[in-house]
Design a protein around this ligand. Structure first.
Ligand code: FAD
Length: 468
């Protein structure tokens, strides 16, 4: 029979690595990390493009300067990761219409306020519905008075829908990027509102490598420790009262007392992994309740810069009658001066549409949008990079997106272990899901819970030994 480890960790993203580190540092050295891809990092991933290092996945350290210290910010400081301050609240003042005119700030501000008001109304309606549902279920309501702004209750309950291109662009900005202005997000409340863009040639994943160096054997930038196994696609988890058998696509079989599963919510919703026996219904239902957000940063390299790059110009918006159509733009001059790279971000349906078409088509669309904004004589991009997080079977999306008013039970059930299988990852973090620090903190949390369980098991075993 195959060798048996204390713990197998499936996935070497930030959560899996954080989980492994906690175990090893607490004396559980007999761990095996099985990673499907050929690298460590998961959704933290750089690629060289246009002469610099660009981040296809996580790009920012979000939540800095607040009452508590963001642990990822601390790690970045400890390992000397280069970052630069980034403020996308300015984006709303750089909105271009299809004729290349910048929307006057008064009009933009009015549309912005309208969008915020309508989003707040929508949340209130949802909250009321949720409250009624919970009352009916005898659950506890959401007692916190989050929306106690001085608005009167008699106004129409129907939120106004965005109609004009400017309103659509702002709606996209609010809902797909800055929901914090409507709904308090724990990341900004706890860790602060500042965001820093990682601008390090070694990549955001250098931070992970430095973490790995502290507990696995590495040499000259490579992990040589055979506890980390790359290109191991887990396909089956067979679990019982006594242990877990893990089977990989290449026909290998691994045994462990426990498994920590760190695959994304998108992967859990897909059929990549078979559980034997099947996962219980409460678990499957919770997994289905969490939405998957697709977020795609498309990189374009130009022979020279033709966009404004002064202060407060890092982000700009394109207002089109189709919501989310090449709306959100960023130049990379702050991170890499002279790199002549633009980034445009698409989400959800637009991301999926673009993933399915050839990159030349995407390039053509992006160039048409840029010519609307900056005129017909701008140069063609000389290179394009389109990440495909949705079609990547080891990701199936970019990050978890819980319905705005989600009840605590869903998080609890997503995270709760099933027998000897423990769950971790960004999506299991109730406060910080969707972020790198959410992944990091969840890994630590899960390993602490597992260490507790191992301790209890040991006690149970020694009790039964004494009885014998
Ligand atoms: P992952 O990093 O996905 O790790 C899971 C690992 O499991 C992966 O390595 C995967 O290959 C592996 N795996 C999957 N299936 C199997 C299998 N069957 N067998 C073995 N291994 C398997 N966060 C921020 O804080 N700031 C940002 O600016 C930001 N921007 C983002 C932009 C994009 C485009 C994306 C995609 C994400 C972004 N995030 C951002 C979110 C952040 O990247 C994630 O929350 C975090 O990296 C998730 O870490 P994780 O360990 O939970 O999951």
């Amino acid at each position: 029979s195959p060798p048996r480890s204390a713990v197998i960790i499936v996935g070497a993203g930030i959560s899996g690595i954080a989980a492994a580190k906690v175990l090893v540092e607490n004396g559980v050295k007999d761990v095996v990390i099985l990673e499907a891809s050929d690298r460590v990092g998961g959704r933290i991933r750089k690629e060289s493009f246009g002469g610099v290092s660009v981040e296809l996945g996580a790009g920012w350290i979000a939540g800095v300067g607040g009452p508590l210290s963001n642990p990822v910010w601390e790690l970045a400081a400890k390992f000397g990761i280069r970052t630069c301050f980034s403020d996308y609240s300015n984006a709303r003042y750089n909105i271009y219409d299809r004729s290349g005119n910048i929307i006057p700030s008064g009009i933009a501000a009015d549309s912005y306020q309208k969008a915020v008001d309508s989003a707040i109304q929508m949340l209130r309606n949802q909250e009321e519905e949720e409250g009624e549902e919970e009352k009916a279920n005898h659950g506890h309501g959401h007692g916190d008075d989050r929306f106690n702004s001085n608005r009167n209750n008699n106004e129409s309950k129907r939120p106004s829908t965005p109609e004009t291109p400017v309103e659509l662009a702002i709606d996209f900005l609010l809902h797909d990027f800055e929901m914090a202005e409507v709904e308090p997000i724990s990341t900004y409340v706890d860790f602060g509102e500042k965001e820093f863009l990682v601008a390090d040639e070694r990549g955001y994943d250098h931070l992970l490598f430095k973490m790995v160096e502290e507990f696995l054997f590495t040499s000259e930038g490579r992990v040589l420790d055979n506890r980390l196994k790359l290109n191991k696609v887990v396909r089956e988890l067979q679990y019982s009262k006594s242990g877990v058998t893990v089977k990989t696509e290449d026909g290998c079989v691994y045994e462990a007392n426990y498994v920590i599963l760190s695959v994304s919510i998108g992967v859990l919703q897909s059929d990549l992994l078979a559980f034997n026996p099947r996962l219980p219904r409460w678990k499957l239902e919770a997994i289905e309740k969490c939405d998957v957000m697709v977020y795609t940063k498309i990189f374009l390299k130009f022979p020279y810069k033709f966009w404004p790059s002064g202060p407060e110009k890092e982000f700009f918006i394109y207002a089109h009658e189709r919501r989310g159509y090449y709306t959100f733009w960023q130049h990379m001059e702050n991170a890499y001066p002279g790199s002549n790279i633009l980034v445009v971000t698409l989400t959800n349906a637009e991301s999926k549409r673009v993933e399915a078409q050839p990159d030349e088509e995407t390039l053509r669309e992006a160039m048409a949008v840029l010519r609307d904004m900056f005129g017909s004589d701008i140069p063609d991009a000389i290179d394009i990079l389109v990440p495909r997080w949705w079609n990547n079977r080891f990701q199936k999306g970019s990050y978890s997106n819980y319905p705005i008013i989600s009840n605590h039970k869903v998080f609890h059930n997503i995270k709760a272990p099933v027998g000897r299988i423990f769950f971790t990852g960004e999506h299991t973090s109730e406060r910080f899901n969707g972020y790198v620090h959410g992944g990091y903190l969840s890994g630590i949390d899960t390993s602490k819970a597992l260490l507790e369980e191992m301790k209890k098991e040991k006690e149970r075993n020694s009790e039964s030994q004494t009885l014998l």
